[in-house]
Design a protein around this ligand. Structure first.
Ligand SMILES: [Zn+2]
Length: 280
């Protein structure tokens, strides 16, 4: 069934776990994620990143995401990930997305606030939720590139986070504290005291981006410090590639065999992540 981000996060708060948010730029990813959520009987977030517009237009995948969410046996939030333009966010809301993330993190603080306020007003009109970000995350989101090395001066400042949340009225905050998008070259070092500080200052759920590749212990600690949504994509997608490559060494008759093999491999990886996120 279709739910908003707020409704999904309420369940996460109550049950004391983090909800997985997975990019689903194609049907294979969507099937892997929803099958896994139904397997564990947990709420889940499927998201479309603006960055993926070139490989899959929102106007095509959006209605399919909504159909899959409505038909699912578990609560599913349909989310727009890293929307950088208000027009794109509006397009998602018009299709029926129940949550949007406005990413103005490359703008000045004032510009980011101004646009985030507009995103909140647009979403509220449609009954949808809003996530936003301050601090700068590695920009190699979901592109399969190497993760950008993070430096503490781009991490989310706790006092500024408090101000940002109060000024914008957002529902969830993406906090930067040591994770990055893409594949990690070295083990990420997470700044847990920073997350604790932010959590003590803001009353809304916190989101971890660049969640793929973080150790099980670090996920668990992050959840205990207040992370309620974990964005996960790169490592799931990679498992699909590995499985397809293996299959291609044998005789393959149909393309759907490759797709099916990738779905199964991604599903296994999503289940492993969900086991930790949802404490199963
Ligand atoms: Zn992200």
């Amino acid at each position: 069934m279709l739910v908003t981000l707020n409704e999904a996060l309420e369940i996460a708060e109550k049950e004391d776990f983090a909800i997985g948010a997975f990019n689903t730029p194609n049907l294979e990813c969507m099937m892997a994620v929803i099958n896994s959520a139904e397997y564990y009987n947990v709420p889940v977030i499927i998201s479309h990143a603006q960055l993926h517009e070139a490989i899959m237009p929102l106007s095509t995948i959006g209605p399919i995401m909504l159909l899959m969410a409505k038909n699912a046996k578990v609560p599913v939030c349909v989310h727009l990930d890293h929307g950088e333009s208000l027009e794109y966010l509006k397009q998602a809301l018009d299709i029926g997305f129940t949550s949007i993330m406005y990413d103005g993190s490359v703008l000045s603080y004032e510009e980011n606030v101004k646009n985030t306020i507009q995103a909140v007003a647009m979403a509220k009109k449609m009954g949808a939720s809003v996530e936003a970000e301050i601090g700068v995350l590695g920009r190699s989101e979901a592109g399969g590139k190497e993760a950008v090395e993070e430096k503490a001066d781009v991490y989310t400042d706790p006092d500024l986070a408090k101000k940002f949340v109060e000024e914008t009225g957002i529902d969830a905050l993406a906090a930067i504290f040591g994770t990055a998008h893409g594949v990690y070259k070295t083990k990420p070092k997470l700044d847990f005291p920073r997350i604790e500080k932010i959590k003590s200052l803001v009353s809304i759920p916190l989101v971890m981006h660049g969640g793929s590749g973080v150790s099980p212990e670090d996920y668990t600690t992050a959840i205990s410090k207040g992370i309620r949504k974990i964005n996960y994509y790169t490592y799931m997608s990679r498992e699909g590639v590995f499985a397809a490559k293996k299959l291609l060494k044998t005789e393959v008759g149909f393309f759907h065999d490759i797709a099916d093999t990738a779905v199964k491999a991604m599903e296994e990886d999503v289940k492993k992540a969900m086991k930790i996120f949802y404490k199963k």
